[in-house]
Design a protein around this ligand. Sequence first.
Ligand SMILES: [Zn+2]
Length: 268
Amino acid sequence: MPEGHTLHRLARLHQRRFAGAPVAVSSPQGRFADSAAAVDGRVLRRTSAWGKHLFHHYSGGGIVHVHLGLYGAFTEWERPAADPLPAPVGQVRMRMVGAAFGSDLRGPTVCEVIDESQVAEVVARLGPDPLRRDADPSWAWARIMKSRRPIGALLMDQTVMAGVGNVYRSELLFRHRIDPYRAGQQITEAEFAAAWTDLVALMKVGLRRGKIIAVFPEHDHGAPSYRPDRPRTYVYRRAGDPCRLCGTTVRTAEMEGRNLFWCPTCQS
Ligand SMILES: [Zn+2]
């Protein structure tokens, strides 16, 4: 599942490519057709992201709200100099066509047109997003310090903190030597503050580079990644492999429906 930095990158890309001009919005697949008609041909005023939610704000007040979920993805394309436009491939829920670029959205969990008050309702359910300037970490800390739930689950709870997915969760806890099973109320304020600061920095790198980079150069000895085209990680998807620091076998277990990865020696 895409993590928060991916949505912020999309918001920036769509802002650069489409904002300030009318956008033809359609639903080649049909499922979004009625809603698309409400913003079709309107000027895209701006884009925004909060956690894993993306918003396209159009003139006239309509806002396209997208959550990619597990399988959703945008395909970005350059508009050919002469028509016709490329034929939609597969189930394209939403197609955006601007003067020079196009974008096709497939497989999202949410794709709807809402208004500002509904955006406020979506955002009210979300915790602070480390990539937003207005993020207030004290909100997340207030939830964590009182909770008996394991910190590994709290970090993934979008109402506690928005935008963190499994990779950032696993890697952040390793970087701070925190056992993912430790209860929120057993985390010290200093640990939380250090982890939040680190998370903001890590996610900014992800936003800039378009990939998650969590391993310090001094620990990056060229051991293979979990997939050839993916960055190296300390523990994420390295179950059964030796810990990069201590050699202990990295473990995995399911926590609240998602696979957790950790080093039982470094994070004890
Ligand atoms: Zn270790």
